[in-house]
Every structure is written in C-alpha cells, then in structure tokens.
Design a protein around this ligand. Sequence first.
Ligand code: THU
Length: 149
Amino acid sequence: MNGIFAHPSRKGMVIDMERLIHSALMARERAYCPYSGFAVGAALLAKNGSVYTGCNVENAAFSPSCCAERTAFFKAVSEGVKEFERIAIVAQNVKEGKIEKATPCGVCLQVMLEFCDPDAFEVVTALSVKEYEAYRLRELLPHGFQREG
Ligand code: THU
C-alpha cells in the first residue's frame, strides 16, 4: 500500500504516500467550511504522476456544497486527466483543532467509481503523514451503480 510513484515531469521526483498526504494537509487549509466547521483536504494522484488537490467548499444554501474529494476529481477530469492511482484525505474539526478520520461520502465514492478500477484504486484516510489507513474503493463501495457495456 505504500507505493512509490515516479513523477514523469520531474526526473528523480517521487510521489510517495507521505508527499500525497502532505498535499492533502495543505489543501485542507483552503477549506471553505463556515457552516460545518469540518475542514477537509484531498490529494488525488493520477497515473501520469500529477497530483490534483481539493477542499470542501460549502454554501449558505447547503446543497450546493462540494466535498474535497469531488473538488479534486472534477479539477482533474476538467483538465483532461481520467486515470487515477489513489486519493489521500485529511479532515479537521476546526473548533477543536483536532484531525479526525474521514472516509468519503457515498456521492464521492460513486464519482470515484466512474473513473477508477474499484479493485485497484486506493482511498487513504490520514491523521498525519505517518498515520493512515488505506482501503480499496471496492471495500468502501462494494455494490455501486455501474452501467453495463
Ligand atoms: N466532507 C468532505 O469534504 N469529505 C468527506 O469525506 C466528508 C465530508 C465535507 C462536506 C461538508 O462540507 C463537511 O465535510 C461536513 O460534512
């Protein structure tokens, strides 16, 4: 689960688990979460070595809010990237300043299923760059909706 990935655009650079989680931690600082007080950051590693970050962006009307994971996926797909290795997620209860474990909501899992092989794609929920749990998408969404053919 702790794979090292070569970065094609920068010779010698590797996107390892620590680096990916660190990117998620940085993205969490940009969370816009005045309603929930729950700041989430995500870092999505594409198969080409690129990393797309995302944070949750809330709204006074609540339903237009977007989770950190979907922000990262939509950034990547809108840039033409559709093949992914893993996503790292970090969440913080802002009021208490406490980092909490967060696994993606069902809507985000369904978005992941659209683009990722559920038996290969890894969902990493992290408390720090060294403390994390990794799941295959299939474990978190065993029977997600998929069109046949
Ligand atoms: N949230 C995420 O961004 N990702 C998760 O995995 C769980 C929940 C956001 C949605 C909302 O802005 C806030 O956290 C509280 O649910």
